[in-house]
Design a protein around this ligand. Structure first.
Ligand SMILES: Nc1ncnc2c1ncn2[C@@H]1O[C@H](COP(=O)(O)OP(=O)(O)OP(=O)(O)O)[C@@H](O)[C@H]1O
Length: 273
């Protein structure tokens, strides 16, 4: 079968993915048969409270965690069957924007150097760097002159925008944004969400947007997947899930004040810890 990506083939697909940490009596199954897919140009919002398995899902996609069962396909290829070279290409084609903008940028590199490395890791076309660096800085609404500066000269929100630019500059097929607003003040969170909302349309991004906050995910996603204790309890179009949630846990996420005590399934009260 051809590995070429077809129109209807998702960029990313997880089929019945299980992840277990530890062994014997201390084994803990953190993902319990997760199914998910992301098509080109679409954003899948992945939501669930702390410990539900969101980051484990992201790590399994990029190969930092090995599934104990199931299949993860990227552009139609099983990631566990990729050759070393294919895997290296995939690692570049899947870019993660990390949570903490204070530790994710190299403090000894200027913003321009960081972006140049993303644009052209082999330094093959240095003449094109400054034009591309200016383009990516303008795209995230920073003055291209800041390319000469170092990370400590920027606010948390600005650093997070630079981390987004660095991921975009690689021109990846998939972006994984894992809790990218949770380390920021509320007003800055809104700024980053607006930026992501604009970029995903302008650049036709394909993205997994992970957050514990359904409200946040709702603003930037085409589809939402709700994880609860490692299981997908709801998955569908953003307006359907947000406007008409079917699962009690999703309703809890919409209604609850953070840290609320739990939700009901029939007669049963499920505590959320
Ligand atoms: N390497 C590991 N070894 C053992 N247990 C792990 C490991 N990584 C994660 N876990 C456990 O797996 C569960 C899910 O963790 P994960 O980080 O995926 O959750 P999350 O939904 O991303 O939560 P958070 O929003 O707090 O990051 C947690 O109980 C966590 O303690």
């Amino acid at each position: 079968m051809s590995a070429a990506i077809t129109q209807n083939q998702p960029v990313l697909e997880l089929r019945d993915v299980k992840v277990t940490f530890g062994s014997g009596r201390s084994a803990a199954t953190v993902l319990k048969g997760v199914n998910a897919s992301i098509h080109a140009g679409k954003t899948l919002g992945i939501v669930g409270e702390s410990g539900s398995g969101k980051s484990t899902m992201a790590k399994a996609v990029v190969g930092l965690v090995k599934p104990s069962d199931g299949v993860i396909s990227f552009s139609g290829r099983d990631v566990t069957k990729m050759s070393g070279a294919e895997h290296r290409r995939m690692r570049r084609a899947v870019q993660m924007v990390p949570q903490d903008p204070y530790s994710s940028l190299n403090p000894r590199r200027t913003i321009g150097q960081t972006l140049a490395e993303a644009i052209d890791p082999l330094r093959a076309n240095p003449k094109e760097h400054s034009e591309k660096i200016s383009y990516w800085l303008s795209t995230i609404r920073l003055d291209p002159e800041v390319a000469e500066r170092y990370p400590h000269e920027f606010s948390g929100g600005q650093r997070q925008r630079i981390a987004i630019a660095r991921a975009l500059a690689v021109q990846p097929k998939l972006i994984i944004a894992d809790e990218i607003t949770s380390a920021l003040d509320l007003s800055v969170q809104a700024e980053i969400l607006n930026l992501i909302g604009r970029l995903r349309k302008e650049l036709d991004l394909t993205m997994a947007f992970i957050s514990h906050d359904l409200d946040v995910v709702h603003h930037v996603s085409d589809e939402i997947l709700v994880l609860f204790h490692g299981e997908v309890v709801e998955h569908g179009d953003v307006d359907a899930v947000y406007g008409n949630p079917q699962h009690p846990y999703t309703r809890h996420l919409i209604d609850s004040v953070p840290g609320g005590p739990g939700f009901d399934i029939g007669e049963r009260r499920v505590a959320v810890v």
